[in-house]
Design a protein around this ligand. Structure first.
Ligand SMILES: NC(=O)c1ccc[n+]([C@@H]2O[C@H](COP(=O)([O-])OP(=O)(O)OC[C@H]3O[C@@H](n4cnc5c(N)ncnc54)[C@H](O)[C@@H]3O)[C@@H](O)[C@H]2O)c1
Ligand SMILES: [Zn+2]
Ligand SMILES: [Zn+2]
Length: 375
């Protein structure tokens, strides 16, 4: 079978890939479609260190091909949306509704594949850029047969990371204001998550002007073109100024009052995370969503935490609970309350993945989807 394999230096389509039969609690899935998330690019460019050779792809949907003897939740022929959280279901984090904090769910590195006859790693317990993959049964969430899997494939990472970062990692509510830095596949979903909660201002920030249209389509009320020399906190306070009586600075009040209630960093640049913390009003929360290299650090003015109670927090895959949240998103999509179709800018055959990566780089995509087989 074919799949996209990273060999430690470059990624390439290989046609000598094989995957083993599912173990007792596992499922083999025929992949139908998979979204290209920036985290796949980050493995290829070395930002996210990973074992190699490995099969890339971690946001997908497909049809169950075979199940292990202990699997009762899905059966061959079922249409499934896949996710990366192979949680144990038994630990204190799982039983209190935090599967993203399950120690067993991080990485899930194993070698279910061979390439050219040699053992080959999975990526993020997923490896969806392949004709077939093997995952744990609880990574498969059944959906109705009439759902277009080339759209639903985005739910497992980009959609749930973005929406979940708002819904599960903040208290953003009706009338609150927010900024979203980096409006790719993840940031656009932060925007629609904030819109669904009734945010009054959603300020999108990106260095590519092409992104403004995508962002406004998903619910952004304002757009700031970022880049070198742009003072993002000042630009945000220009849009959401301090309105109290004691203002002595332009758009800003005591202890940097003014600015947004929430700021989401969805690029993976430490300097942008620092900017996110600086653009908050008193009591605001900055959420780290983008993933830089593991050694990167940020500088925090402690006074922003002690004097005006700002918060810096993070989000792993939107802290989602897959068996609840994937059907929830599908339901909201069917009701027209969450957009998925608008996120799919183009579909590419798997062998044309480089064209998808190039289009992503040039700002042409909300998300690019690799179509692997027919539904
Ligand atoms: N926390 C998680 O669980 C999780 C899950 C998925 C993805 N991610 C990470 O989220 C980040 C975004 O992923 P994506 O798939 O949306 O990527 P993407 O490539 O689709 O989007 C990134 C966007 O950031 C913009 N950008 C780049 N530099 C910028 C800058 N200096 N200022 C403002 N905007 C800038 C790009 O133009 C692009 O629109 C990546 O770091 C990815 O690894 C994290
Ligand atoms: Zn991802
Ligand atoms: Zn667990």
């Amino acid at each position: 079978m074919i799949g996209l394999v990273f060999d430690g230096e470059r990624a390439a389509i290989r046609d000598d890939l094989e995957v083993r039969a599912p173990g007792p609690t596992e499922v083999r899935v025929r992949m139908v479609a998979a979204g290209l998330c920036h985290s796949d690019i980050s493995v290829i460019n070395g930002t996210i260190p990973w074992n190699y050779p490995c099969v890339l792809g971690h946001e997908g949907a497909g049809i169950v091909d075979a199940v292990g003897e202990a699997v009762a939740s899905v059966a061959p022929g079922d249409h499934v949306v896949l996710h990366t959280l192979a949680f144990c279901g038994l630990c204190e984090h799982c039983v209190t509704g935090q599967p993203a904090r399950c120690r067993r769910s991080m990485g899930n590195a194993s070698q279910p594949f061979t390439v050219g006859g040699e053992p080959c790693w999975n990526f993020a317990g997923a490896s969806f850029f392949s004709e077939y993959t093997v995952v744990q049964a609880n990574q498969c969430v059944k959906v109705d047969d009439d759902i277009d899997l080339s759209v639903a494939c985005l739910i497992g990472c980009g959609v749930l990371t973005g929406i979940g970062s708002v819904w599960n990692r903040t208290n953003l509510g009706l009338g609150d204001t927010c900024a979203v830095i980096g409006v790719g596949g993840v940031g656009l979903n932060v925007i629609q998550g904030a819109r669904a909660k009734g945010a009054s201002r959603i300020i999108a920030v990106d260095t590519l002007p092409e992104k403004e249209e995508f962002a406004r389509r998903l619910g952004a009320t304002d757009f700031i073109l970022g880049g070198p020399g742009v003072d993002l906190p000042a630009e945000v306070r220009r849009l959401v100024p301090f309105a109290g009586p004691t203002s002595n600075l332009e758009n800003s009040g005591p202890f940097s009052a003014g600015g947004v209630d929430y700021a989401f960093e969805c690029v993976g640049h430490p300097k942008l995370l620092e900017a996110a913390l600086e653009m908050l009003d008193w009591g605001g929360t900055a959420v780290a969503v983008g993933v830089p290299a593991p050694t990167e650090t940020v500088e925090v003015r402690v006074g922003l935490l002690t004097h005006v109670e700002r918060t810096l927090t993070g989000s792993r895959a939107g802290s989602h609970r897959p068996q609840r949240d994937i059907p929830l998103i599908v339901g909201l999509y069917k009701q027209g309350l969450i957009e998925l179709d608008a996120l799919v800018s183009e579909r590419y055959p798997l062998v044309e993945w480089e064209r998808a990566a190039d289009d992503l780089h040039h700002g042409k995509l909300a998300r690019g989807v690799l179509q692997i087989s027919e539904q």
